[in-house]
Design a protein around this ligand. Structure first.
Ligand SMILES: Nc1ncnc2c1ncn2[C@@H]1O[C@H](COP(=O)(O)OP(=O)(O)OP(=O)(O)O)[C@@H](O)[C@H]1O
Ligand SMILES: [Mg+2]
Length: 178
C-alpha cells in the first residue's frame, strides 16, 4: 500500500452521524460539486462497525432507489445512476486474497466508477491503493472514524468534508481526470 497523505478522525455518536457523514460524500463522488465523478473507498473495521451502514447512506444520497442489500453473500452489488456505475464489494468471505483475482473483479476498479470495498484486507496486496480509506471503530459513544487519503482525489474529498477549523490536507494536488 502506498503512503497515506493525510487523515482526519471524528466521533460519530450514533447512526444518524454515520449517515450524515456518508451523505456528505455523495455529491463529491457523483460529480455534483464539479469534481470528476467516481472514486474508490475502502471500508475497514470489525463486524458491525458500520461499513454497510455508511455505504447504504452514501448510495441512497447518490440517487439509488429501492433496496440496497449488503453484499456479504453475493460479494458484489452494482448500481447505475445516469451514466455513473457504483460497485459495492464485501470481501469478508475470501479466505485467500487470490480469490479476488479469480473472481474477475479487477476490471471494475475503474477511476470513473464509484467503488466501495468492505473488508479490503481480505484481498491484501492485490488491490491498488484507494482514494480514501475509512476505518470505523467501536467507541463510547458510537463509533470513531478515521478517514485517510491516499490520492489527490482523496485529499480533495477530505478537505471538503472536514470542519473548517480542521482541514487535514494543506496542499491538495490536482485531481486526476478533473
Ligand atoms: N455511529 C454509530 N453509533 C452507533 N451505532 C452505529 C453507528 N453507525 C452505525 N451504527 C449501527 O451499527 C451497525 C452497523 O452494521 P453494519 O452492517 O453497517 O456493519 P458492517 O461494518 O458492515 O459489518 P460487517 O463486517 O458484518 O459487514 C448497525 O446496526 C447500525 O445501526
Ligand atoms: Mg457490512
Amino acid at each position: 500500500m502506498s503512503a497515506p497523505l493525510c487523515s482526519l478522525t471524528l466521533n460519530l455518536p450514533d447512526e444518524t452521524a454515520t449517515d450524515a457523514l456518508a451523505r456528505q460524500f455523495a455529491p463529491l463522488v457523483t460529480g455534483a460539486t464539479g469534481l470528476a465523478p467516481g472514486g474508490r473507498i475502502h471500508l475497514c473495521g470489525d463486524l458491525g462497525a458500520g461499513k454497510t451502514a455508511f455505504t447504504r447512506a452514501l448510495l441512497r444520497e447518490s440517487g439509488i432507489k429501492g433496496r440496497i442489500k449488503s453484499p456479504s453473500y453475493a460479494l458484489l452489488e452494482s448500481y447505475k445512476v445516469s451514466n455513473l456505475y457504483f460497485y459495492h464489494f464485501d470481501f469478508y468471505r475470501f479466505s485467500d486474497s487470490r480469490e479476488w483475482l479469480d473472481a474477475g473483479f479487477r476490471d471494475l476498479l475503474r477511476d470513473d466508477a464509484v467503488v466501495l470495498i468492505e473488508w479490503p484486507e481480505r484481498a491484501e496486496g492485490l488491490l491498488p491503493p484507494p482514494d480514501l480509506q475509512i476505518d470505523l471503530a467501536y467507541a463510547d459513544p458510537g463509533r470513531d472514524v478515521t478517514l485517510t487519503a491516499f490520492t489527490a482525489r482523496g485529499q480533495t474529498w477530505l478537505n471538503a468534508i472536514a470542519p473548517l477549523s480542521q482541514k487535514p490536507c494543506p496542499t491538495p494536488g490536482p485531481v486526476a481526470g478533473a
